[in-house]
Design a protein around this ligand. Structure first.
Ligand code: R5P
Length: 234
């Protein structure tokens, strides 16, 4: 079961529009993944053309890269820079402390690399993504040959991992990095921030896990769109 929600299309557009005002000439921009980022990419293209901006973008997935190419946004690879001026990304859930759950589209590994390279990490979501506490299954990217080992270790941590199956292909989802995704629920997950942090650390200790979808203390601000307006939480 993926954590991906359809959300509210108008809210996504409003959030994307709100974030675009931060783009300045000469910036290196990290582009996240998903349907909300897709709205941002289209606006960014228009902005580059209308203001004649010199922008270079790092893309966190094939989905975003293809969209950026179609919209004539200049792209650089991760290793052509050591830092980014701004990263703009969506999220599957945003809690009260602006911690994020990501990876509904299996892009969270490259997204987290981007988040850690950027001076400002700006999240765009529609209001349906807000939650009090994160308690959905956590997407965990796993080296294929470590699947059984990781499943066993997650079970020992109190988790119930489920291999994410592809919808338009037989068999498991394969990430852009060639790995599997386990969606792991933790029934006894304590809901305060400290325990989320501890859980994130414990998950990361398991050999064979490349990255999980908990983004703790990374977001600088969240642009939240609904049908009427967009507001920002910092
Ligand atoms: O792996 C996917 C990413 O973490 C996305 O940013 C997340 O799923 C949100 O996507 P959307 O804007 O389509 O809801």
């Amino acid at each position: 079961m993926s954590i991906k929600k359809n959300g509210d299309e108008l809210g996504k557009k409003k959030a994307a529009k709100s974030a675009i005002s931060q783009i300045e000439d000469g910036m290196k921009v990290g582009l996240g993944t998903g349907s909300t980022v897709a709205e941002f990419v289209k606006l960014l293209s228009k902005e580059i053309k209308s203001r004649n901006l010199d922008i270079r973008a790092v893309c966190t997935s094939y989905q975003t890269k293809n969209l950026a190419i179609d919209n004539e946004i200049p792209i650089i690879s991760y290793n052509e820079t050591k830092s980014l001026d701004i990263g703009v990304d969506g999220a599957d859930l945003v809690d009260e402390n602006l911690n994020l759950l990501k990876g509904g589209g299996a892009a969270h590994l490259r997204e987290k690399i981007m988040a850690k390279m950027t001076k400002k990490y700006s999240i765009i979501v529609d209001e349906t993504k807000l939650c009090e506490k994160i308690n959905e299954p956590i997407p965990i990217e796993v080296i294929p040959s470590a699947k059984n080992l990781v499943e066993k270790n997650l079970e020992e941590l109190g988790g119930k991992p489920i291999l994410r199956e592809a919808e338009k292909k037989d068999g498991p989802v394969i990430t852009d990095n060639g790995n599997f995704v386990l969606d792991c629920s933790f029934e006894n997950l304590e809901k305060d921030k400290r325990d989320l942090e501890q859980l994130a650390k414990k998950i990361k200790e398991t050999t064979g896990i490349v990255e999980h979808g908990l983004f703790i203390d990374l977001a600088d601000e969240v642009h939240i769109g609904n049908k009427e307006k967009c507001y920002i939480k910092k």
